[in-house]
Write a protein that binds this ligand. Sequence first.
Ligand SMILES: NC(=O)c1ccc[n+]([C@@H]2O[C@H](COP(=O)([O-])OP(=O)(O)OC[C@H]3O[C@@H](n4cnc5c(N)ncnc54)[C@H](OP(=O)(O)O)[C@@H]3O)[C@@H](O)[C@H]2O)c1
Length: 340
Amino acid sequence: MSSNEMRQFVLAEVPKGKLSRDNFRLETAPVPTPGDGELLVKTRYISLDAANRAWMQGATYRDAVEGGDVMAGGILGEVIESNDPNFAPGDLVSADGGWREYVVLSGKVCQKQPNIEPKTHLMSVYGVTGLTAYFGFLEICQPKAGETVLVSAAAGAVGTMVGQIAKIKGCRVVGTTSTDEKCDWLINTMGFDAAINYRNGNIYKDMKEACPDGIDCYFDNTGGEILESALFQMNMHGRISCCGAVSSYDGAPPQGGPRGVPGLLVVKRLTMRGFIVSDFFEGSSVGTRTDAINQLKDWVDAGKIKVLEDIIDGFENVPDALVGLLAGENKGKRLVRVDD
Ligand SMILES: NC(=O)c1ccc[n+]([C@@H]2O[C@H](COP(=O)([O-])OP(=O)(O)OC[C@H]3O[C@@H](n4cnc5c(N)ncnc54)[C@H](OP(=O)(O)O)[C@@H]3O)[C@@H](O)[C@H]2O)c1
């Protein structure tokens, strides 16, 4: 590869079943040249997100990723050349830059980032992950001290943040995850009060044991069977924050379900609300994006939030990192370090 070439991963074909490394093709391409108002950005870190897989299923809050497209994904990058007066070489930016070593982007879609160390915190706690937990939990669940909070995909990036914020708010916190080892880790390392292995085969009964007083707030990262079990165990006036549905991302779209939604919502006066994190950036009952970052920073500085990062080295490992994330390999926020 010559010095003016770079590597990129293309989604070779949209997977019909489970995602595999073979669905991606590694290519070399010329390092692009920025035009008016554009920046040349060198990728430092790539964020692996469960939603990356959902984007292959069709248009969501962004366009679908289709066969032949460079794989989309959040990046933290350094500006190398700038034709936008708002950015200078050396600036750190975040954007949907995709899985490539260099990218040209309009300055309008890049968010300038402060130079903090470690810079990975800009993705794991002060970026989409931390903000999703902050707004999705506090604004929608409106937790009160003493309430029982259930969070699914609890050992993942968003889930570990939600659990910790719920503890800060004085709640009893229960998480679901895929192995006994991860359950122990949630309780002994992350301070959860109880954890449920959803693969043990009796999610409803295990949830009842772990939440003997019912569930006041459910932060739903998974949808599917976990959501259905939680619905039946919600307390009166309970709140459900619908953050994502990872149980249905990696395979055929779900058929029907969950049962019980309309009747239970009425009888128990439940609130069930979906959101996209950016809905709240300009303002919410728990502040703006800047307020959220300041609050998260105070909690991190005070040692009330542990920042959990699962960093994999090497651009060539991005596809495996996503396949592994969907299989539950990660604890906390998974990133690939491309060049730092
Ligand atoms: N609404 C928004 O604005 C917004 C923003 C960001 C993220 N999200 C959502 O937040 C959720 C978490 O995303 P993340 O990026 O932080 O990923 P993550 O939680 O770090 O990783 C995904 C986790 O999902 C779990 N999982 C995989 N297959 C599953 C299945 N069939 N059933 C149950 N759990 C399964 C795995 O953990 P286990 O070992 O526990 O199975 C895996 O670690 C996703 O639903 C995502 O779409 C929403």
